[in-house]
Design a protein around this ligand. Structure first.
Ligand SMILES: [Zn+2]
Length: 528
């Protein structure tokens, strides 16, 4: 997703949930959520049919579901059944534990049906939009889904999904996957059924229910691309969101086929600037529509996530950069392809400043398992530094091997989960290079090189002498380009101090470190 200033405020007021990390006991294969929504109350009624595969012998299972709080928000479970037979359960502290009459053996599958209702405390945002119209928008990241449906609320348990939404008939409903039913349900209600056959993490399972204007903006390789916007700004919105038709081919060509059966770009009340829900991207109604296509980078970022984050998904929160760093750098690559290398250099330079500023406030590695408030991971390490790591990897390998490695990583982990070491292995396999030091220093060591460059010109010997000193604690290894006047000199920095001599017939006016914006560093250049 993209962060907005609104989120910075929200960070401090949202109550964070700590859903379970999936234990070894079960693996959810499929969810079917039948939900009934109303205009007269924010209470939702749900029936969840969940296919569960047992990994170990167990007589009980535990799902995440927010229980009723003293604000009267949260969910109440009315019944749990298996093949029509009631099962006993307990529902406390946001955990629903369901007991079976006998031990279920490893490898067995069960289908359980949970009937529940309540007012979502979060996760499904039911509110009036800026035009005063009511809407229901899921906003699950990072683990807010279990506010409105029972699940294993962790990115590593992916499942296919059906949403069957019964709502007042003036609404339109968007969700993951394709629409398989659109039916009158009586009493001015309408039933809409969406089916997604690609396994998804709960963070990107969504419904959006509101009054929409809908347009098909085009199609790419047979994939229909739609814009879903508030009717009040349909002309601007259709124009802005149609950019998706231009963006999609770049990622299909360079990474691999688009995995889903449609792409809908949806105006919504998400707290984020944009949220990459699979095949139904939600964009903030505050910032995404201007009528001037100012949101091209936002669209490119969220569309890149359909590959990185949605299909190839981080196995745990601490590896979030595999989503956000990729979306950040893939956006830069899209801009470089469309607008030229100077645009990419400008974006990288801006991002480098953001990383340096962030490191002054919070010196943590990119892969940071110490964070338990996952909203804190929406930071410059996950986004800009993650993107920079990919940029330096591209420069080290060259474009051809870089893309070969990206495609190998994607083909291995599409539909699955990965950690940072899995990316390292894929890039090593594609390139034949040992990348362990590269991955270690940029992703597991806090900070970046802080360089002091001292230089002088020896007029007798006609040479420039440059001393590069690494001032940070842990030493990094990296290529560095020095530009002395018109002379470009590539050097490799490894130790605390490196001395370089460059023959030159005259004294250069300046020495520039990294003139082509290829190194994540900060530093000063002084003439001695
Ligand atoms: Zn993102």
């Amino acid at each position: 997703m993209k962060i907005t200033s609104l989120l910075l405020l929200t960070c401090f007021i949202t109550a964070y949930l700590h859903a379970q990390k999936p234990g070894a006991a079960i693996d959810v294969k499929h969810y079917e959520f039948a939900l009934t929504l109303s205009d007269t109350t924010n209470k939702i009624k749900g029936q969840a049919a969940i296919d569960i595969s047992f990994i170990t012998n167990s007589q009980s299972i535990t799902l995440d579901l927010v229980s009723l709080t003293n604000t009267q928000k949260g969910m109440i479970v009315l019944q749990v059944t298996e093949k029509g037979h009631p099962l006993s359960y307990t529902h406390n502290n946001n955990q629903l534990t369901i007991n079976f009459p006998a031990i279920v053996k490893s490898g067995e599958q069960k289908n359980i049906v949970i009937t529940y209702e309540g007012i979502p405390a979060d996760g499904l945002i039911i509110t009036n939009n800026k035009y005063g119209h009511r809407g229901f928008f899921a906003d699950n990241w990072p683990n807010r889904a279990h506010n409105w449906f029972p699940c294993i609320d962790h990115p590593s348990d992916k499942a296919t999904i059906d949403f069957i939404v019964t709502a007042p008939d003036h609404y339109q409903v968007i969700s993951n996957g394709i629409k398989t039913e659109d039916a009158v349900a009586g009493n001015k209600l309408h039933r809409t059924h969406y089916k997604e056959t690609v396994p998804l993490s709960t963070k990107i399972m969504v419904i959006g229910v509101a009054d929409f204007a809908v347009q098909q903006s085009g199609s790419v390789n047979g994939i229909p691309v739609y814009s879903w916007v508030y009717p009040e700004e349909k002309e601007k919105g259709f124009y802005d969101y149609a950019l998706a038709v231009d963006i999609l081919p770049f990622f299909i060509k360079n990474v691999g086929p688009y995995a889903f059966k449609k792409l809908a770009n949806v105006e919504s009340t998400t707290m984020f600037g944009g949220m990459e829900n699979a095949s139904a991207i939600f964009y903030s109604d505050e910032i995404s529509i201007t009528g001037t296509r100012k949101s091209e980078s936002l669209l490119a970022h969220e569309i890149a996530h359909q590959w990185f984050g949605d299909m190839a998904t981080e196995a745990d929160w601490s590896h979030l950069w595999l989503s956000e760093g990729f979306a950040t750098y893939m956006t830069i690559l899209y801009f470089e392809n469309k607008y030229g290398p100077d645009t990419a250099k400008y974006m990288l330079s801006q991002n480098r400043n953001t990383v340096i500023d962030f490191a002054r406030k919070r010196l943590h590695p990119v892969v940071d398992s110490s964070v338990t408030n996952y909203m804190e991971l929406l930071n410059a390490n996950s986004y800009q530094k993650g993107g920079w790591v990919l940029h330096m990897l591209r420069r080290q390998l060259g474009d051809s091997l870089f893309w070969k490695g990206i495609r190998l990583y994607y083909s291995r982990y599409a539909g699955k989960n990965a950690i940072t070491d899995d990316l390292c292995k894929a890039m090593e396999d594609a390139s034949g290079q040992n990348l362990k030091q590269f991955f270690h220093q940029w992703l597991f060591v806090p900070g970046h090189p802080k360089l002091d460059l001292q230089w002088n010109y020896n007029n007798d010997k006609k040479e420039i002498n440059i001393t590069v000193t690494q001032q940070q604690n842990e030493l990094f290894q990296f290529p560095l380009e020095l530009l002395a006047g018109a002379i470009s000199k590539p050097v490799f920095i490894k130790g605390r101090q490196t001395t370089i001599t460059i023959p030159a017939t005259e004294k250069p006016a300046t020495i520039t470190a990294d003139p082509n914006v290829n190194l994540l560093f900060e530093g000063n250049v002084h003439e001695q």
